[in-house]
Structures are given as structure tokens and as C-alpha cells.
Design a protein around this ligand. Structure first.
Ligand SMILES: Nc1ncnc2c1ncn2[C@@H]1O[C@H](COP(=O)(O)OP(=O)(O)OP(=O)(O)O)[C@@H](O)[C@H]1O
Ligand SMILES: [Mg+2]
Length: 188
């Protein structure tokens, strides 16, 4: 795949939410955009402008009220929930503001869990350690993310980053991913 390939495309995407009493709020209206492969795409806008709503649509967590979202040739708005889930596990990595780590698993197990969901054929142990090292947490592998005193907010977010990249997804969706992270050292 070349750098300039289109990874995701939205056409005329609208998202409205019911407000009760038959009223609704239209948060997104006629969004046409292209997310190129292999590039960093940034959504900018004031609080409440619909960035998270759009991210949820592009990443198949939510469906548009109107319009289409394509992953390559595939229109994911029309795909079954099973197909969408497969796509999310295999081709996407998520780093969200509310870090969604599994509380009963330590850092290592959280990253490994993502790899298992993606049914990766890679040697898992090596890859988990490599990713935790990349985010500077190799010596925190056995720490429980939510246990008081075991991990700071930024460290939890770095575990989430390690988990998001471990299965080498085609796209990483990040919604204000570094709010609690001071510095993420990235080796290329
Ligand atoms: N499920 C929902 N039901 C009703 N309104 C919603 C729902 N989800 C989002 N909204 C509304 O849509 C608007 C956009 O929300 P969204 O979270 O996408 O904004 P944002 O750009 O991500 O903001 P922020 O920068 O604060 O994170 C807000 O006014 C919000 O109240
Ligand atoms: Mg938001």
C-alpha cells in the first residue's frame, strides 16, 4: 500500500442524537473527509464540536444517521456488527481519553489481551515486552493499572498506547491520548 492511498473516506456523514420528546440534535452535518494511509491526521475543533462523535463513526463504534463511511471499498456503516468487531480488533488500535484497561489484568496481560483478540500469529511474549519497552514501562509489567500506588495516570495511558500498537493495526485512533502523559519516547 502506498503512502497516498485512502484509508478511510466519509461521504456526507450526518449524526443526530435523539433528545427526547421527538426532538433531536444534529452534531455532524455532511462530513466529507479522507484519512490517508500512513499519515497523521488531526481533528481540531472547540469542545463539543463533534470530534469524538466523528472518531466513533470512523472507527466503527457508532453508525452515521446519514451518509457513508468506507474502509477501502467496504462501506462499514452497512457492515454487520460481527464484521465491524473483527475490523476493530484486527485493523484498529484505540487510545482514548478514558483509558479502558482491564482492571484485573496487569500491564503485561492487558497488552497481551489485545494481541489475543487480534489473533496475531506473531510471538506474543516478545511483542508485548517490545511494546512495553517502547513506552518505557518494561519494569512495570507486573503492575496492576488501577491499583493505588502501582501506576500513575500517565503510566496507565502508556499501557493503553502499548496495547493499541501491539497488533500492528492499520489505523490507530487516538482521542486526546496524551493528556496525562508527559513524554512518550518513540523509537522509530
Ligand atoms: N449520545 C449523545 N446524545 C446526545 N448528545 C450527544 C451524544 N454524544 C454527543 N453528544 C453531543 O454532541 C456534541 C459533540 O460531542 P463530542 O463529544 O463529539 O465533542 P468533542 O468535539 O469531542 O468535544 P471535546 O473537545 O470536549 O471532547 C456535544 O454537544 C454533545 O453534547
Ligand atoms: Mg471529545
Amino acid at each position: 500500500m502506498e503512502d497516498t492511498d485512502v484509508m478511510i473516506e466519509s461521504k456526507g456523514v450526518t449524526r443526530s442524537f435523539p433528545l427526547g420528546g421527538g426532538r433531536e440534535i444534529e452534531v455532524l452535518h455532511g462530513i466529507d473527509m479522507i484519512v490517508p494511509a500512513g499519515k497523521l491526521t488531526i481533528l481540531k475543533g472547540r469542545s463539543g464540536s463533534g470530534k469524538t462523535t466523528l472518531l466513533n463513526l470512523l472507527s466503527a463504534l457508532d453508525r452515521p444517521t446519514q451518509g457513508q463511511i468506507y474502509w477501502g471499498e467496504k462501506e462499514i456503516g452497512k457492515a454487520t456488527e460481527q464484521e465491524r468487531e473483527y475490523l476493530r480488533r484486527k485493523d484498529m488500535g484505540f487510545i482514548f481519553q478514558a483509558v479502558a484497561l482491564i482492571p484485573v489484568m496487569n500491564a503485561y496481560e492487558n497488552v497481551d489481551f489485545g494481541l489475543r483478540l487480534a489473533q496475531t500469529t506473531e510471538k506474543r511474549e516478545e511483542r508485548v515486552k517490545e511494546c512495553l519497552e517502547l513506552v518505557g514501562l518494561k519494569n512495570r509489567m507486573n503492575h496492576m493499572p488501577h491499583m493505588p500506588g502501582e501506576m500513575s495516570g500517565g503510566e496507565q495511558q502508556r499501557v493503553a498506547i502499548a496495547r493499541a500498537i501491539a497488533h500492528k493495526p492499520k489505523v490507530i485512533f487516538a482521542d486526546e491520548p496524551t493528556g496525562a502523559v508527559e513524554i512518550v519516547q518513540q523509537k522509530s
